[in-house]
Ligand binder design. Structure first.
Ligand code: ZN
Length: 201
């Protein structure tokens, strides 16, 4: 399965001149919500991700996703693994389990995102689950921006990856984009203006 092609076909892999969340500029941008607007595609990707997790003999009872971005990916992964699906959400700045969601002591949980960039949100979710006594056995994402090392990839984790080294990350594909300092961006120098796609457009 060609993951990059699936993202391209869905209009989720944009080409142009973008401001990334880090502030750097790039000629590519992953608008990962777009790949999930087709439920059949979401399901197909989640089944592939579930296979990686099953093949690694990871025992899991629950998937927990950071809202909003991770919810669809987490729900589809839970369906593919036939386990429970919950999500955490940000309230007054901090991640929380709300809506009656509970976790048990020792419950084996995978934290799932649509995309892992540096893993900051995923780590916040992992921290509250650990505080509640759950056992975070892995991280999972459909796409990996290449800062963290996914299982099966030869690339090394970079210094800005916030995920722990001793917990595996399962992901379908690395999306390593060229990044430019805004003061030294060839696209800016060529006269084009960077746009910030983000979640607002
Ligand atoms: Zn630029």
């Amino acid at each position: 399965m060609n993951i990059e092609q699936i993202y391209k076909d869905a209009g989720a892999l944009l080409e142009g001149h973008f401001i990334l969340s880090s502030g750097n500029h790039s000629n590519r941008y992953l608008q990962s919500a777009k790949v999930l607007e087709n439920p059949q595609t979401s399901q197909k990707l989640a089944i592939a991700l579930a296979k990686l997790i099953r093949d690694a003999n990871i025992t899991v009872e629950t998937i927990c996703a950071p809202a909003l971005g991770g919810v669809i990916a987490g729900y589809e992964l839970a369906r593919a693994l036939n386990v429970r699906s919950i999500f955490a959400e940000r309230k007054e700045g901090s991640m929380q389990l709300r809506r009656g969601f509970e976790v048990q002591k020792g419950e084996k949980i995978i934290v799932c995102e649509d995309i892992i960039t540096t893993g900051g949100s995923a780590m916040e979710v992992a921290a509250i689950l650990s505080e509640l006594g759950a056992d975070v056995v892995a991280f999972a994402s459909l796409a990996n921006r290449g800062f963290c090392k996914r299982i099966g990839s030869n690339t090394k984790a970079q210094s800005n990856c916030k995920l722990p080294k001793d917990v595996p990350l399962f992901s379908l594909e690395d999306f390593n984009f060229e990044m430019y300092d805004p003061t030294d961006c060839p696209l800016c120098k060529a006269g084009s203006k960077a746009i910030k796609p983000g979640s607002r457009n």
